[in-house]
Design a protein around this ligand. Structure first.
Ligand SMILES: NC(=O)c1ccc[n+]([C@@H]2O[C@H](COP(=O)([O-])OP(=O)(O)OC[C@H]3O[C@@H](n4cnc5c(N)ncnc54)[C@H](O)[C@@H]3O)[C@@H](O)[C@H]2O)c1
Length: 350
């Protein structure tokens, strides 16, 4: 399997190096032939060449690779973050990666930021619509920079877009033996676009009679995620709301360094990345937590059909957390490399 590896910027490079060690270890152990092809696309590359990604970059990713692994993108030297927009958002849109898949699982009770909440309470997945909403950049500014400025940013909701993400959430519940799907919108205040979410959710729910379909307004969902996260199994929501609540999810599972994600178009080349950004102040200091990146590599293997190998990596990461093998952000004393090497060694042990 040919995998495009884009370490990117800042700690993206640090954590990707460790995820690659773990992928190599699993490959040696299981005999899955992984051809990890490193692509230099990053702020350094952009500043040196003026190119964010090559003209046929999206086609190359789509046609020549089974999956894409990204570290993180973002660098203060590129003020408008143009390279990050082209590489990350561009790939999401061009490859139509409409499912943003974010599992939220607490690996050890001590990492919970909530009083008296344990691993039994924090174990759910969020499906965020990834190609529409307010992130499509339709709009404009009139009389910009004056006191009469008008700024318009449209939210796009299509039947096709809403239907496929909601259906994916129900399908996931069914194939994983789960019984509850919660859809969150703001249909009380956003009565046009979110009426479509209401209609489609009710329609799709009728096709899954064994699954309880509930609805919450997004503000209520944010409150319940903190107050009683144990009630959730599968959450589906739009692009903006999903962006925000998955950061709450990251906090619930012990911080951004622990959180993994997939940007998926089922059956096609998809992109996997830790949820965190490039954290420039931590870059190159051997302190970034590589677990979110390593768990993202496991999600990639799971999506490529290598469920056993994915489960093996997840189990070793969980054991690392329990045995106190971690970076300072989760109360450990080890560096990025030491954690990555520990996990790679244990994964490779079989
Ligand atoms: N998907 C992406 O590539 C992505 C996502 C978010 C932000 N960004 C970009 O990253 C840059 C920095 O953004 P930011 O500071 O808002 O977010 P960030 O995720 O980089 O950092 C936020 C905080 O979390 C901590 N943190 C993040 N990842 C960590 C890890 N693995 N281990 C330990 N601590 C970790 C950092 O110290 C920082 O305090 C910006 O350029 C932003 O645009 C990229």
């Amino acid at each position: 399997m040919r995998i495009a590896v884009i370490p990117g910027d800042g700690i993206g490079k640090d954590v990707t190096a460790e995820a690659v060690k773990v992928l190599e270890a699993v490959s040696r152990l299981s005999g899955v032939a992984l051809d990890l092809v490193r692509l230099p696309w990053s702020a350094d590359h952009y500043l040196a060449t003026g190119e964010t990604l090559p003209a046929d970059g999206y086609r190359m990713l789509r046609d020549e690779f089974a999956a894409i692994f990204v570290g993180a993108l973002g660098d203060p030297r590129v003020a408008d973050n143009r390279h990050a927009r082209d590489i990350l958002l561009g790939t999401r849109f061009e490859l139509d990666l409409y499912v943003n898949y974010r599992p939220v699982r607490l690996l050890a009770d001590r990492l919970s930021p909530l009083k008296d909440r344990t691993r039994a309470d924090i174990n759910f997945v969020v499906f965020r619509e990834n190609t529409e909403g307010v992130y499509v950049s339709i709009g404009g500014r009139f009389k910009a920079g004056t006191d009469d400025e008008i700024a318009i940013q449209e939210e796009i909701n299509t039947y096709k877009g809403v239907h496929r993400i909601i259906r994916h959430a129900f399908e996931y519940a069914r194939t994983h033996g789960l019984t509850k799907v919660c859809m969150a919108d703001k249909s009380n205040a956003m009565q046009q676009g979110h009426a479509l979410w209401q209609r489609v959710f009710k329609q799709v729910a009728t096709e899954f009679p064994g699954i309880s379909a509930t609805h919450l307004y997004i503000d209520a969902l944010a409150m319940f995620l903190v107050k009683d996260p144990g009630q959730f199994q599968v959450i589906v929501t739009n692009n903006l709301f999903g962006d925000i609540i998955t950061d709450i999810g990251g906090a619930l599972q012990g911080g951004l360094g622990m959180a993994a994600s997939g940007n998926i178009h089922p059956g096609r080349t998809s992109l996997f990345e830790p949820v965190h950004g490039s954290a420039p102040p931590l870059a190159g200091k051997n302190v970034a937590n590589p677990m979110g990146a390593i768990l993202s590599a496991a999600l990639m293997l799971e999506t490529l059909g290598r469920k056993e190998e994915a489960a093996r990596i997840e189990a070793v990461v969980e054991r690392a957390v329990h045995e106190g093998c971690g970076t300072p952000d989760i109360g450990g004393t080890l560096g990025t490399k030491e954690v990555g090497e520990w996990i790679a060694r244990e994964v490779g042990r079989g």
